[in-house]
Design a protein around this ligand. Sequence first.
Ligand SMILES: [Zn+2]
Ligand SMILES: [Zn+2]
Length: 238
Amino acid sequence: MGGMFIAAVEALFPGLCPHCEQPLPGGSRGLCGACWASLVPRVGSACPRCGVPADDSTEVCLECLRSAPPQRSTVVWGEHDGVLRTAVLSLKHHRRDDFAQPLGFRLAAAVAPASWEPSIDAVCSVPSHPFRRFRRPWAAADLLARSVGSRLDKPVVKLLRRHGLHRQAGHSRARRLELPCQSFSASPRARGLTILLIDDVTTTGSTVRRASEALVRAGAEAVHCAVLAHAPDSRRFS
Ligand SMILES: [Zn+2]
Ligand SMILES: [Zn+2]
């Protein structure tokens, strides 16, 4: 189901679940109970450092062994598919900010058991592209970060700025990997902090990697990343 179709269902039938189109109980919005219940975290093991699916969750993947990413760990909640995809598209593109809290609480629940969770000093989001920000001042990742921060009882701070006019979606994987690493800059307030960095969707992991790099360059003590959804292919972003 395409993003445009979801938007049309939401606009024309506000009383229907945007995923399965079943009627919602009087006055309620968001997904129906059955769709919320079917929203489950990704199954299977993943590399604890970069979050990419791997055979073993206890050891870092070969890619990370070869070239260690700037972040200490990455939690990826689910696959950008089915109900989660509908919820993410609603939040990202259809101004459905009411999705941020339930999705952020789920991401927080995945972070809470991590051994490093107590060390987090601050939560910050990967800033959206300036072009996107122009259209929508509160990006999905900002809203998710606030929800995660409130659930984990950690301060949410703005530490990153995004530069450049490249757009990620639409570029090939190879092109995205070679985009300049200086496209984020971090505030000097990052110095000495252990930071939880939040993003909504990842494909190659290159965005959280570059954002983490900027925080480390600014003197962050450690960066841990939590991403709501993994999309195997950037065309599925929309
Ligand atoms: Zn539904
Ligand atoms: Zn890895």
